[in-house]
Write a protein that binds this ligand. Structure first.
Ligand code: BEZ
Length: 255
């Protein structure tokens, strides 16, 4: 996971947001790891997909900018390699057959730096396989949060969105500028069930804490209740909350 302002709570992440890695097992199939390959997993979080990739016989290094996540990953998977590292500052030279990343690149608002680092890390013909939030991701949640915060405090006109959600065209141009060949790209809706009756509240506490901490506890409670009541008609179905995710998935080859 990568973000400057975002604080990462590894146990909340593992207990309530395991779906992040569970939904990406077909992304690992797209990566198609081979025995003996060296693979870099950018933003490995608590290590579940790093382990999934390693189960194919690949040698994987999981990196994450959040120390809390890496400590948990090391505890979860004693035999795997993990390191705290910033994805905008990768210092590898043609070491990896593939670079993989799930649900992380939307936290980095300097995508060019990541793409350059990935390029330098890959061997010639190496592949970059990634999925993250794309254009239109969480539009409903972000709009509801924006409304609730502006209602709570009229000094706010718009809440800063800490994420980067590019279109296929925007991200494709960056990849091609670097010299990658974009061989696969898709942007698709993935309405994602959230755990429990407080699903949307837990999501906001986990992923929008950088916005909520500006408010006292009572104000936060009002904001969360306001967001819930706005979203209930659209994102709460048969007792389950859903996040209006849209995923951008790409495969790019170092030419
Ligand atoms: C996502 O996985 O799309 C996402 C997660 C947290 C915040 C924003 C987007």
């Amino acid at each position: 996971m990568n973000s400057n302002a975002q604080q990462w709570n590894a146990s909340l992440y593992d207990s309530k947001h395991k779906f992040v890695s569970q939904l990406a097992t077909d992304l690992v199939e797209l990566l198609s790891p081979k025995a003996g390959e060296r693979i870099l997993d950018i933003g490995c979080g608590t290590g579940h997909l790093t382990q999934e990739i390693a189960s194919y016989g690949a040698e994987v290094l999981g990196i994450d900018s959040a120390e809390t996540m890496i400590l948990q990953a090391k505890e979860n998977y004693l035999n795997l390699q993990f390191a705290v590292m910033d994805a905008t500052n990768l210092e590898f030279t043609e070491e990896f057959d593939a670079v993989f990343s799930n649900a992380v690149l939307h936290w980095i608002k300097q995508p060019e730096k990541v793409i350059t680092g990935v390029w330098q890390s890959l061997k010639p013909k190496g592949r970059f396989v990634a999925e993250f939030g794309g254009k239109g991701n969480i539009n409903l949640i972000q709009t509801a949060l924006n409304n609730a915060i502006c209602t709570e405090d009229s000094a706010f006109k718009e809440v800063v969105n800490p994420n980067y959600f590019p279109s296929i065209a925007e991200y494709g141009i960056l990849l091609e500028k670097q010299g990658f060949e974009l061989t696969f790209a898709t942007l698709f809706a993935r309405s994602t069930p959230l755990d429990g009756e407080n699903g949307i509240g837990n999501w906001l506490k986990m992923f929008r804490n950088s916005v909520l901490v500006a408010f006292a506890e009572e104000a936060q409670t009002r904001i969360l209740a306001n967001v819930e009541s706005q979203l209930r008609p659209t994102l709460y179905k048969n007792g389950t909350w859903f996040a209006d995710y849209r995923r951008l998935r790409i495969v790019a080859i170092k030419e």
